[in-house]
Design a protein around this ligand. Structure first.
Ligand SMILES: O=C(O)c1ccccc1N[C@@H]1O[C@H](COP(=O)(O)O)[C@@H](O)[C@H]1O
Length: 222
């Protein structure tokens, strides 16, 4: 017996104000991401993330993801005192051993972000698989970029065609309401993540674009 195919899941990353949080809830996003990386224009404090996540609302509550970049145990511990996270997104140079150590120490699932530019980059998946719960496949940062992600840069989606990915995963990098459906069809991504593509200016989310992105992704099926 076969039922309807599951909807593609959606994460809206870089939520840093109430309007964006409420828009993500209202649109039915599956996850919201909080950036705990001070150089980012989307950065929030653990307390700000905790306050946003505690907002009521009519929509379904998304799970909260904490985005960290080469964070120490002390920094992660501070974040977890205030922010109710369900998933840790590691977006720096964390090794498989560091990912495993973070997962063991904090008892939370870990999603490792990997920058993809060549077929060889996909070779890292096997090394990380035992240490992580999920992958996020993103573009590598453009030369000279100040941030390791969140740069509105996409990669060649055809690199993923037919490539087995040994954990649940999300596609990221340069996604927008206009291209997310094509990206899902080209890659078979079961989940997608966006930051820049739902902003009216860098670091400022647009509720209308959030709604359009979630609707476009949810219209696709795995
Ligand atoms: O969004 C940020 O500021 C950020 C900072 C440091 C690391 C990653 C960051 N964002 C992540 O990057 C990808 C792609 O973002 P975009 O849609 O291309 O802007 C996404 O996973 C964000 O979570």
């Amino acid at each position: 017996m076969s039922g309807p195919l599951p909807k593609v899941q959606v994460k809206i990353c870089g939520i840093n104000d109430a309007a964006a949080y409420d828009a993500a809830c209202h649109a039915g996003a599956d996850w919201v991401g909080f950036v705990f990386y001070p150089p980012s224009p989307r950065a929030v404090t653990p307390e700000e993330a905790g306050e946003l996540a505690a907002r009521g609302g009519t929509g379904r509550r998304p799970l909260c993801v904490g985005l960290l970049v080469d964070a120490s145990d002390a920094e992660i511990g501070e974040v977890l005192k205030s922010a109710p996270l369900s998933l840790l997104q590691l977006h720096g140079m964390e090794s498989p051993e560091r990912c495993a150590a973070i997962r063991a120490r904090f008892g939370l699932p870990v999603m490792k972000a990997l920058g993809i530019a060549t077929p060889e980059d996909l070779g890292l998946l096997e090394a990380y698989a035992p240490a992580v719960d999920r992958f996020l496949l993103d573009a590598k940062p453009p030369r000279g970029a100040a941030l390791p992600g969140g740069n509105a840069a996409s990669f060649d989606w055809s690199l993923l065609a037919g490539h087995p990915i040994p954990r649940p995963w999300m596609l990221a990098g340069g996604l927008t309401p206009a291209n997310v459906a094509s990206a899902i069809r080209a890659t078979g991504a079961p989940a997608v993540d966006v930051s820049s593509g739902v902003e009216r200016m860098r670091g400022v989310k647009d509720p209308v674009l959030i709604a359009a992105f979630v609707a476009a992704a949810h219209a696709e099926q795995e």
